[in-house]
Design a protein around this ligand. Structure first.
Ligand code: PRP
Length: 175
């Protein structure tokens, strides 16, 4: 990828501001309660690392690993579970942490699976809500940034596994 192929869409400062806002909202909503963050690997690893430090209520964390199949830029709706939870969620206030919701297939699949395990409450937090290609009706309760469409990389989001380390989020020109 060359410099001409991508440009900064959401800067590290914008991301930090949204993470701070989300952390404050979650802390307010769960004041005097305990929460459990469930990060969806791999994409959410940077977001959850920053978000958990912006939350002031007692918080535990666990991870699941899901992968959606499809072309490089669109989902087929086939989701594979590669790693499950290590901690029980029954009776806990659970918040699923995603880097991006696109078609919504990944989240729908995970949400229903976790709901079956009888958490006390179950909410969804995503840094990016990409609404233009939503295939299933699913809404996040906490949203950092809304966008319509476009292929993005950086801050956990990859292209063929690369670029997750970039501190800003870039829009990639699709050829
Ligand atoms: C990405 C992203 C979400 C999912 C969203 O994960 O992290 O989990 O796709 O897409 P959807 O709404 O269309 O289901 P991906 O499967 O690319 O794996 P990764 O997190 O390891 O990059």
């Amino acid at each position: 990828m060359t410099d001409a192929d991508h440009q900064i869409l959401f800067s590290r400062d914008r991301i930090a501001a949204e993470v701070k806002r989300l952390g404050a909202e979650i802390s307010k909503d769960y004041a005097n309660e305990e929460i459990m963050l469930v990060g969806v690997l791999k994409g959410s690893f940077l977001f959850i690392a920053d978000l958990i430090r912006a939350i002031s209520v007692p918080t535990v964390v666990d991870f699941v690993r899901l992968a959606s199949y499809g072309s490089e830029t669109s989902s087929s709706g086939i989701i594979e579970f590669r790693k499950g939870l290590e901690m029980p969620i029954r009776g806990r206030n659970v918040i699923i942490i995603e880097d991006i919701v696109d078609s919504g297939y990944t989240l729908e699949c995970l949400y229903n699976k976790l709901l079956n395990q009888e958490p006390r409450s179950l909410k969804i937090c995503t840094l990016i809500d990409k609404r233009g290609r939503r295939e299933v009706e699913i809404e996040a309760d906490y949203v950092g940034i809304t966008m319509e469409d476009g292929f993005i990389i950086g801050y956990g989001l990859d292209h063929n596994e690369y670029y997750r380390h970039l501190p800003d989020i870039y829009l990639v020109r699709e050829t």
